[in-house]
Each structure stands twice: as C-alpha cells, then as structure tokens.
Design a protein around this ligand. Structure first.
Ligand code: WTA
Length: 667
C-alpha cells in the first residue's frame, strides 16, 4: 500500500552518523520523555509558550469544555507580526539577514539576475508600511479577510505579516490555481480585498497573474479593492478604475518609518484560512488561531530544525500551501533565522538550479518534498556533484511518503551521509509538524522512509477499524488522541463538517485520514491517504473536485477519478469518463478534457490519462466504486465485489486500461 513503490519497508535498518552521534538517544529514553510530556500536557506546552512574548498572559492553557472545539492559551494576547519582527529589531538581530531572495531569470553564465537581501529591520519597515496601507488606505480592520494570490516574492510574507499585525485574516491561494478555484475561495471567505502581482516567472515563461484575478472577480461580489504589486513591470495590465491600485503608487505616499501598533490579539483570534481538499464536497477553509499555532510552530522550529543563529535555512515549499505558512513565513522569522526564498522552477534553466542555490548561500538546512528528490534522482548524480553541498547538515521532507530508495539517495548524494534526515508528518489541519525525528532535541536512530516517533506533547496512535491500537506491523488509521496547540479551529463557516470529518470516525479522537503502520520500535510509517484525497507531487487534491471539473464539460455525463502510483510524483490522477449520448470519443476530446481540468482547477490537477468507458462500476445504491478502478489500474486484486451492480463495468475499465498499456509499450 506504500504509495510510491512496493519496496519493503526497512523496519530494522538503523542509520546514524558522525555528526549526529552526540545527539543520539536510546529509543526507550526518548519514549520516556515523550510519556512525561503527555502526563503533564498543559504544563508542558505552557513552558514552551512562556518562551514567546505575550502582551497578556493566558488564564487557561487548554479549554476542553466543549470538544472538539478546543481553545488554547485562553485569555492570552499576542501578535504574530510582533513576534516575527519587533522582538528581533530590539536586539542585535535588527541587522541580521531575514530573507535572501532570488528570482528565476539567469544571465548567459547561469547566474541569477535578480537578488534581494532583506534584514529584519528592512522587513520590519516594509511590514509596517504595508500594514499602514491596508489599514489607512484600504480600511482593513481586525477580522476582515484578505485574499493573497501571489508568487514567491518577499512581498507575500510582507503582506501576510502586515495583515496579522492589524488582526486581518489571510487567505492565501496558491498562484498555480485557476481563476475558478480563486473565485470559489474568495467567495467562501468573503474577502474584501485581493493582493496580487502583474505577473511572475515560471520556467522561463511569464504568468500574467492579474488577468486571472480579473477573470475570477467576474464571479465574485465581495471584493472592494485589488492591490497589484509590480513584480515584472508588464505593460498593458488591465486596471479597473476605482477598484484596482498599484502597490508602489499607494506606498509612495507612506513614509519609510511609518509605524502601525501591533494589535494585541486574543490567542483564539483567527490568523489564517487555508483551503484544502477532502473526501467530498468543495475545498474546505481550514481555520487556524494565533496563539496555539505560534507555540506549535515555534517548538517544532527548535526540535525538528535545530536552528542556530548561523544557519541558512531553506524551505522550498510554496507559501500557497500550509508548509509555506508555518515554515517559510511564521517559523523561521519567529525564530530569527536567515532563510532563502526562490521564485522559480527547481530545474530552470537546468537541473542544478537548486544545488547552485545551496552553494551560493551556503544553505545548512533544507526542507523539501519527496517528489523533488525523486525528480533530481532521475536527472542523475552529476548535477549535485557539480556543486559544494557540504554546508548541509539537515535535510527533511514533507507532503507525502518518501520511499526508502529516495531517502537513501538524498542521504548519500546530497547529505554525504552526514546529515540528519526526517520525513516530517503533518497536515494543513495540524498547523505544524506532529511526527518527526528531532535533531534539535535528541535524535533516535533514523530509518529510511519512516516518519519517526511522535513529537513530545503529541498523543499519536494507529487504530484498527474498531478504534483499538493496531498491533506492530499491521496497517491502521493514524489518529491524534488529545488536542495539540496548532490544531485547526474548525472549517470556515461549517462547524458540522468539522465534527463529521475529523472527530466522528473514532469519537473524541482526531482522524487524520491516513493509513499508517507502527513498527516494533513504535516508529510510525505513514503509507498514504485512506480517503479520496490524491497527493500529486505533494499537492493535495480531492477526487471530487476533479470529477466536478470533468462533468462541467458539455460532453461529459459522468466521471470517476482515482490516484495511481507514479515513480516521481508519488501519485497522479487518472479519470474514467462516460460521454454524453452521441458524443464520440477521440484523442482530441481527450486532450480537450485534460485542458479543461487545467483551466478549471490548475495545472497540478491535470489527469495523467483519460479513459472513455460506457459505464462506471457502482454499488446497487449508485455509489461509484473508485476502489475497483484503482485496483484495475494498479493490477491489485479486486477484493470484495459483492456490492457491485454490474460486473461488465470493471471488465470495460480493465480493457481500456490494457489498451493504454499496449499503446505506451508501442511508444
Ligand atoms: C501527507 C502537508 C507521509 C499525508 C504538510 C497527509 C505525508 C497529507 C507526510 C497532508 C509525510 C504529509 N509522510 N505522508 N512526511 N507529510 N503527508 O494538508 O497524507 O497538504 O494527510 O499538508 O500529506 O497534506 P497537506
């Protein structure tokens, strides 16, 4: 069931090296510390929260009087922008580099043509000015939602921190999403403004982002203003009089030393909404608070990333996903780190771009995705060998299972067998890392592909179907048995769905939706999703969204989408499509449907294959049996088919699939 490859999981392969030997701890000693943290859970988290600066201390660490609506650090007041900036500019860190930014374009020698360096003081100044702009020029108040549709440039963290400074709630939409996906998210969050750019670089091409915003706004009623940051200086950017404003024009009128008082926000005040996919229905807006999230992210920055003042940290995730929220924007800045932010594609102009970046800035900590590692594996060792990667001391991955082979490759080729490596498990809903190795604390031996043990303060288990702990080596469902600080605070506007999705499969326990195995040492190995979510190159997509996109095409009657293993992307979606009466299947139509999905959701969602069939396998009550389609596509046994209405539907899917395989074999 391991998503990527059917490699054996190396339960007995223990890895440790010279550099990290001094942090090594016996597995049982680690477990004892973990048990202790759970025994005094509230005091444990309070002791970490005290390391942050609060405007007003909390009255109660955890309010569990109305589960699952838990509240953390109740009565406490704080501000994320203050924690990330003001606190540092009062110290020597004022002049420390916060961000080393690099744009995508390069000159004829392959050197970047655009670089920006921002110190904590620079960032503090810019965030204050942006906060001033939001508050005074656009009238944004505490609790207002603002949608950010921007690429990886410093202005994205700047405007997020500015929003949090005044208590506005951010909703960042990944810049690879389509106009329709953007419109849906703006509508659901009822945002008053959208911040975007004229355009940005992606793999040598200009993406004209503002035009996508304009398309989205045709379907949206709430947006009063659009602020456009001039990233490229494109000509002919359509601007709607009275609604759209250039960032730089507005900023001209704001003094360099503008200061906006950071709003003392209740710990429970929402800081952001982030839309993510689930089993059914449209994407849900996951809501996170201020205080609990800050404490969780702060703790994991220390334990998992072991950040020291001299580190150069690089998290390659896009800020449009949760990893970027927690570990590009809040985490590194709160801890006072120097970090790299890169705008463009990993293999542009050639496959050593990332290695050149690591060498250029002397990156010491890399946080990346298994998909990226597998892609670079395929390009070959010679690309990383051209560069000095000896500065690296930690390489972690996130977003999907890492197969042992990819782990070993990264450990050896990138890490020179002298790094700490973890596959950090968490999700949008958890707000921060939950299972990982902890080089910043004590390090238990690594194993290629495992997630490691739960972090201190997290009560994690693997349950069987009856809600009992699954025995070692047996697949079950990943759960979190007690509340944790960074936990989601519901789904925007839908408390019932919150209870139903996460707290009902096993009453009182958080259900993550992942399959996992605990090995004989208690190490957890997350295997992949147990629901209808697909992880394409780490991006989280719902089969339902893809199916809706397909049936919105005039030729499509019905569609079923499943994820199948892919050697690089982990999983890719494939679609079985029933056409409307009288529509003839053709290669052109196939291409048209793939384009249609790209346009409706975004390029990440494009199905790898589309199969035309005359019917879908369904139960007698009419539910599509995606499980069978998946079995057909992976060659796995069909399992129980007693509820299947019409067996010929599976035969047809099989035939369609085999035909494709023959076609591929023929080239
Ligand atoms: C998967 C990303 C295995 C998992 C931070 C989870 C992982 C989903 C890992 C959440 C990992 C994340 N090993 N699987 N280290 N990290 N996942 O919300 O299926 O985009 O449920 O958050 O990614 O995806 P999301």
């Amino acid at each position: 069931m391991h998503q990527v490859l059917k490699e054996e999981l190396p339960f007995n392969e223990y890895v440790i090296n010279e550099r990290w030997k001094s942090r090594l701890i016996d597995i049982n000693a680690y477990k004892a510390l973990h048990t202790k943290s759970l025994e005094q859970l509230e005091e444990f988290w309070a002791s970490i929260a005290r390391e942050l600066e609060w405007f007003k201390p909390w009255d109660k660490v955890l309010d569990a009087s109305n589960p699952p609506f838990y509240k953390w650090f109740v009565g406490g007041k704080l501000n994320l922008s203050y924690l990330a900036l003001d606190r540092h500019v009062k110290t020597w860190r004022k002049n420390k580099l916060a961000i080393e930014w690099e744009g995508e374009p390069v000159d004829e020698n392959g050197n970047p043509t655009e670089q920006r360096k921002l110190t904590y003081f620079d960032l503090y100044r810019e965030v204050n000015r942006a906060a001033y702009m939001l508050k005074h020029n656009f009238g944004i108040r505490k609790g207002d939602r603002i949608t950010l549709y921007m690429p990886m440039i410093p202005e994205l963290p700047i405007v997020m921190l500015a929003a949090w400074r005044i208590g506005a709630v951010t909703s960042v939409v990944f810049s690879g999403f389509s106009a329709e996906a953007l419109a849906e998210r703006i509508n659901d969050s009822q945002s008053r403004i959208v911040v975007t750019v004229d355009g940005f670089w992606r793999r040598g091409k200009v993406i004209r982002l503002k035009e996508i915003v304009d398309q989205a706004l045709e379907k949206v009623g709430t947006v009063e203003n659009v602020i456009v940051y001039r990233r490229l200086g494109l000509k002919d950017v359509p601007m709607t009089e009275g609604r759209d404003y250039w960032w730089h024009k507005v900023m001209e009128g704001i003094k360099a030393n503008a200061y906006v008082e950071p709003e003392p926000l209740e710990s429970e005040h929402p800081s952001f909404i982030l839309y993510t996919s689930g089993t059914t229905g449209k994407p849900k807006g996951i809501v996170h608070d201020t205080g609990g999230w800050a404490v969780h992210v702060y703790a994991t920055m220390k334990w998992v990333f072991d950040l020291r003042e001299e580190d150069i940290y690089w998290c390659t995730a896009d800020i449009g996903w949760v990893t970027g929220h927690s570990y590009v924007v809040l985490g590194p800045l709160m801890i006072g780190a120097t970090q790299v932010i890169y705008e463009g594609a990993p293999d542009y102009p050639q496959p050593d771009r990332w290695w050149a970046i690591i060498e250029r800035y002397g990156v010491t900590i890399l946080y990346t995705s298994p998909t990226a590692i597998r892609m670079f594996m395929r390009y070959g060792e010679e690309w990383p060998r051209r560069h000095d990667l000896s500065t690296l001391r930690i390489i972690h991955s996130v977003g999907e299972p890492i197969n042992p082979e990819a782990w070993r490759w990264a450990y050896k080729v990138l890490g020179n067998e002298n790094v700490a490596m973890a596959s950090t498990w968490w999700m949008t809903e958890t707000g921060g890392i939950v299972i990982s190795h902890t080089p910043g604390l004590y390090l238990i031996p690594m194993k290629p592909g495992t997630n490691g043990l739960p972090l201190p303060g997290f009560d994690v288990d693997v349950f069987d179907d009856n809600g009992k702990p699954a025995p070692p080596g047996v697949r079950g469902y990943l759960v979190i048995k007690r509340p944790w600080p960074g936990m989601l605070h519901g789904i925007w506007g839908d408390p019932d769905r919150y209870i139903k999705t996460y707290w009902s499969k096993f009453p009182g326990v958080f259900y993550a939706g992942d399959y996992a195995i605990k090995d004989q040492d208690g190490y957890i190995w997350v295997l992949g999703r147990a629901d209808e979510v697909i992880k394409v190159a780490g991006h989280r997509l719902g089969t339902y969204e893809l199916e809706s996109a397909l049936v919105s095409h005039p030729t499509v009657a019905e569609a079923a989408v499943v994820g199948v293993p892919d050697p690089i992307k982990g999983e890719v979606p494939i679609a079985f499509v029933v056409l409307k009466q009288g529509v003839m299947p053709s290669d052109e139509l196939r291409k048209e449907l793939r384009d249609h999905v790209r346009k409706t959701i975004g390029p990440v969602a494009e199905p790898a294959h589309i199969f035309f069939v005359t019917k879908l396998p369904k139960t007698r009550s009419g539910k599509i049996m995606r499980r069978l389609l998946k079995a057909v596509a992976t060659g796995a046994p069909l399992g129980d088919t007693t509820t299947l209405e019409d067996e010929t539907s599976v035969e047809e899917a099989k035939k369609a699939y085999e035909e494709l395989r023959r076609e591929i074999a023929r080239g």
